[in-house]
Design a protein around this ligand. Sequence first.
Ligand code: DP6
Length: 328
Amino acid sequence: MREVVATANANVALAKYWGKRDHALNLPYTGSLSITLSGLTTTARATFISGQSEDRIVLEGLEADEAEARRFRGFLDLIRSTAGIQARAEVAITSNFPVAAGLASSASTFAALTVAATRAAGLSLSSEHLSLLARRGSGSAARSIHGGYVEWLAGEASDGSDSKAVQVAQPDYWSIGVVIAVTDEGRKRVGSRAGMEHVVKHSPFFPQWLESHDADLEAIRQAIQDRDLKRVGETAEHNCLKMHAISMAARPSILYWRPATVAVIQRVAELRHQGIEAYFTIDAGPQVKVLCLQHQRALVAEEIGRVAGVQRVLLSGPGGGARVVEGA
Ligand code: DP6
């Protein structure tokens, strides 16, 4: 059968997904809203080969370990059952940014794989259907199917049929700058999957997170429509600090930050004081993403790059959705 190659970009959540109401189906308690990031790209190659006894998964050039392979096989089973095929797959994934370090590589990985593998299996699905499927691989992957500003609707159905992402605005509706400060390139100790499960069960503040989340989500959605960086930025910072606060307050505690993470947070506050609009957000890892005006992106990157402990900075902004690049 034919090989299909697809790409998808990572995304950064402004109103975060943190807590599942259903683990098997990756159904969130709340909606979330993100920016799909240009230049932080994962490429997935997929082919289904009849006669092969098992799926073969290669991640960044290395054969996947048993736990990783199981997750991918479960996901490929879903695609096989949607397509009505039995054949096992050959899958190869590569990303051009540090993986598993809080830069949402699972989002771009499963979004790219959803597009490559469904097409390789002979399916031609709507972006809505692709988002529903990508969600099953990794929740945040539902959002990386689309470009620009994207909201994942929590949905209410117990089978997850209404829990999918939709585009809120095209990438060029509002080209803000996103500067990513890499403070630690190593693998994170607690992945988002385990982290959010722990926090739901063991943080005394999880109920407050749920109560206050929709207000953040609505404020950010509206502020994007208004192209209001101050409102988007202040609300995203607040939402991020709440996510990390409830995680730190869990027993045992989860702390994703490194000293340089805090140093960047402080530098961002100083930049604002100097009149440069900049706002931070942090996902389940030590890296900091800084939102700024597009024309000040290089300046912000230079300032952030000078903070002690920052290993490198990546420049990004709103990017496109997942797409087939070869073998369509
Ligand atoms: C902190 O989507 O990686 O980045 O659904 O278990 O694969 P799984 O989790 P994942 O979690 C992302 C969490 C986050 C916030 C966000 O992206 O909204």
